[in-house]
Design a protein around this ligand. Structure first.
Ligand code: FES
Length: 151
């Protein structure tokens, strides 16, 4: 069912953890399954020097987060914004159709961390990222108020 690359990243995920002095932090919840992924990025002169993630999700979400950290590390923020779920799927050697949403979750969480970075630095934030953040924010806050430990 899974490619060798997916299994490799699931069994030995890269860049798991958090960055205490991150320049951007993003969290997202999948509309499809309710799983959650969080990304932290460290940026210097517009380039993503370090990236870490955590996920409360399935094997594919672990693999998607892991490969995405590798895809994004060293890229400029603009280059990172152009990465899509299809790039994640392609880098993983494919995903079963029922697991495509796991790549969307990783992508949305990373983009939310970039949104946070741009916002903190008073830089232009693409409207789509603002809309996605505003849509998911009440749900994340409600879950936190209910005592769920989100990552
Ligand atoms: S099943 Fe929820 S992220 Fe994979």
């Amino acid at each position: 069912m899974y490619s060798a690359t997916v299994l490799q990243h699931y069994r030995n995920p890269k860049n798991v953890g958090k960055i205490d002095d991150a320049d951007g932090v993003g969290v997202y919840m999948s509309d499809f399954c309710g799983d959650i992924t969080k990304f932290w990025i460290k940026v210097s002169e517009g380039r993503i020097l370090d990236v870490k993630y955590r996920t409360q999700g399935c094997a594919a979400s672990i693999a998607c987060g892991s490969i995405l950290t590798e895809l994004v590390k060293g890229k400029t923020v603009d280059e990172a914004l152009k990465i899509t779920k299809d790039d994640i799927i392609s880098a993983l050697g494919g995903l079963p159709e029922t697991k495509v949403h796991c790549s969307v979750l990783a992508d949305d969480a990373l983009k939310d961390a970039i949104r946070d970075y741009l916002s903190r630095n008073n830089m232009h934030v693409p409207e789509e990222l603002i809309e996605k953040h505003e849509r998911i924010k009440p749900l994340i806050e409600k879950m936190e108020q209910m005592g769920y430990v989100l990552i």
